[in-house]
Design a protein around this ligand. Sequence first.
Ligand code: MGD
Ligand code: MGD
Ligand code: SF4
Ligand code: MO
Length: 735
Amino acid sequence: MSSIHPNICRLCTAFCPLLVEVEDGTPIKVSGDPSNELFHGYTCPKGRALAEQHSSRGRLLHSLKRDADGTRNRIAPEQAMDEIAAQITAIVEQHGPRSVAMYFGTGTLPYPATMPAARSWLRGIGSPMFFTPGAIDQPGKSIAMALHGGWQAGEQTFEESDTFLLVGMNPVITKCHGLLGQNPGRKIKEANARGMQMIVIDPRRTETAERAALHLRPRPGEDPTLLAAIVRTIIEEQLYDTKFVAENAEGLDQLAEAVRSYSPDYAAQRSGVPAEDIVKAAHIFAEAERGCALAGTGPSFATRGTITEYLCMALNTLCGRWAKAGDQAPRPNVMLPAHNPRAQPIPPFPGWGYGEKMRGRDLAMSAAGMPTAGLTDEILYEGEGRVRVLINVGANPMMSFPDQKRTRAALDKLDLHIAIDNELSATSELADYIIAPMLSFETPGMSHTVEALKYFGFGLGTPRPWAQYAPRIAQPPEGSDVIEDWHFFLGLAQRMNIDMKIMTSFRSGSHTEGAPLFLEIDHADPPTTEDILADMCRSSRVPLDEVKSHPNGKLYDEIDLRVLPREDGNEDRLQLGADYIVEELAKIRAEDYEAERRDGEYPFLLTSRRVNNFLNSIGRTSDMLNRGKGYNPLYVHPDDLAELGVASGDSIALRSSRDTVPAVVEADATMKRGVVAMSQAFGGQPDEDHRYLELGTNTNRLMAADEDHDPITGIPRMGAIPVAIAALEAGVQPV
Ligand SMILES: Nc1nc2c(c(=O)[nH]1)N[C@H]1C(S)=C(S)[C@@H](COP(=O)(O)OP(=O)(O)OC[C@H]3O[C@@H](n4cnc5c(=O)[nH]c(N)nc54)[C@H](O)[C@@H]3O)O[C@H]1N2
Ligand SMILES: Nc1nc2c(c(=O)[nH]1)N[C@H]1C(S)=C(S)[C@@H](COP(=O)(O)OP(=O)(O)OC[C@H]3O[C@@H](n4cnc5c(=O)[nH]c(N)nc54)[C@H](O)[C@@H]3O)O[C@H]1N2
Ligand code: SF4
Ligand SMILES: [Mo]
């Protein structure tokens, strides 16, 4: 007998509500929940493939240990934890706690208890080495917020706006920003029907760009140039909100001076966007009543993500595009503690250079966390403090870190490599131990996770007061001995006699004032996952029991929260002219960009592009999602292909200054001429090039980790990579 259970897809940050058909404890079919007022039944193919993920052939049902000869054998999780605890204890005794690092990836998003438990264990052993993809994804978001300051009440919402400027993001496919995240296609359609003037800056005619009123198609990497020219137009033509700026910001003169030499004509020459379109974008954005400028991963990977994010914030501030006193508070807390935001700045704060210093390059912690792009340095560079143990939790550095050969060299050098992963991935297949975890329907989850994202940058999180709790609805497959991810850290703490004090909540829901609340774990009588989730909600505005009483989730529109005015006596200001940004703009303006482009060796620029069926490396092994095609094509404009004399479907060699990889080209008229694109997180090990038809191509092979890197985050050029398309050499012909 089967039964239908409401739940949440927690693969990406949209957190779509689901109806899951379960038979004898096994999920067999997943569909969107049509009763939901925010998502209207929306799901994407990845969510609908979740039942298959739970019982897929490739799922690890047992933890594995890799022996010296490379063979992998089953190991009971308790035994694995005994052995791992003993080895880590010995390594910490000999080399200190800094030798243990953790990388916490995208695969952890469904599990609210994992992060606090993992961090508590790592703190317990005294290691500061906690890394996340946040510092290679869009670290510029948090750093720009530190330089510019934030806005307590948040941004203006998409639903109430008449313009939106999207820079290098494709939310129709990625659902990447809360503002548009839930059912983005429908939201944009409704907005366009009411007259929304959406502006998209993207070299490719994306699924989002084709719905925009104005599409600017720059050469990749020229967003700072283009945005500086838009800012200049808005300032010089006095299109900005003088009252808002006078009351809330400082540094206008410095910003005006810094962008003075970025005329629309100069930006047009550099970016390839017609000058009149740049001026038009400035007018549309500034003359609208409400709106928001937002950036995605495109500009972030093309280097200089911080300045792009900063200029977006500056545009919002110039045009007064933050929630005003009396407005309906955007994204009011529901499962987070109650807080009534004010229409006032969160003043700028230090953006980088504090906390743990890295040993190799001059990198340190930043507002985006520890510099993940420097983690391989820490393993490779000899000397005291070298990282010898790496725990990858739901993460796949072999697919996600820039410079794959270097990543491989680093992983090979570890004394102990642990992966918590539900399948053999390019990373977990190299690990000494793989801990096989339970999957999302076998554990509880809640929308609290995405609500909290708003603290990491404006525009993130859930746009309206939606809350849902997802209980366990399925049993792990019969005969398996999978464990919940966080039990691995509990198990280590028990064996290593480490006190666990899990940070679960905050006293208040303010960005700046909330003191953390902790849950002390009694090793003799540990809490259940449900207990931890309940503790995370102990100070929620809407009590957890109330949220649970609506199993299909609920839109709490009755939280009619109005933004409060600025506090009496508050003098905080947003910073429009941060020194770092002024200096960067001068450096970019001084570049001899034409000379750099004269080098004909690499005539194309390679960009990243996400597709609907895969979430980074997740989904590649799913028959429902890969539909029998294991590779990721290189998308090229048909006219470029014709010029090269290459046909769609041909195999070629893709070459950068770092390396050469085999790939299959696909004609795509949405590409800009001279720009090629490929999805990330495909391919196998560096010595598996001959399997490219089955495994695809890893674009991170083409990046050099320590060249041309961002001085704050250490991220090398991961987008706008100069490449050449050449004939495939005999050695890498497919087998
Ligand atoms: N070239 C290039 N590189 C990129 C990017 C790009 O666009 N281009 N994007 C960057 C960005 S934005 C990011 S966020 C990073 C992502 O970087 P990562 O998070 O390191 O990469 P993922 O491929 O998402 O890894 C997820 C892993 O979790 C596992 N997993 C899936 N479900 C579960 C689960 O339920 N439990 C557990 N324990 N594991 C699970 C998967 O098998 C997989 O191994 O990559 C970055 N790297
Ligand atoms: N289906 C799906 N959804 C996802 C993911 C996934 O892998 N698949 N990944 C999730 C993750 S981890 C993240 S971080 C988000 C990312 O979400 P997005 O940022 O929306 O990711 P992309 O679709 O790669 O969009 C980047 C866009 O930038 C453009 N671009 C490339 N270079 C430049 C440039 O120099 N300037 C400008 N202006 N544009 C440029 C590309 O053409 C592309 O359209 O998506 C999340 N959602
Ligand atoms: S958009 Fe797709 S992957 Fe993201 S939460 Fe919804 S169904 Fe899941
Ligand atoms: Mo990401």
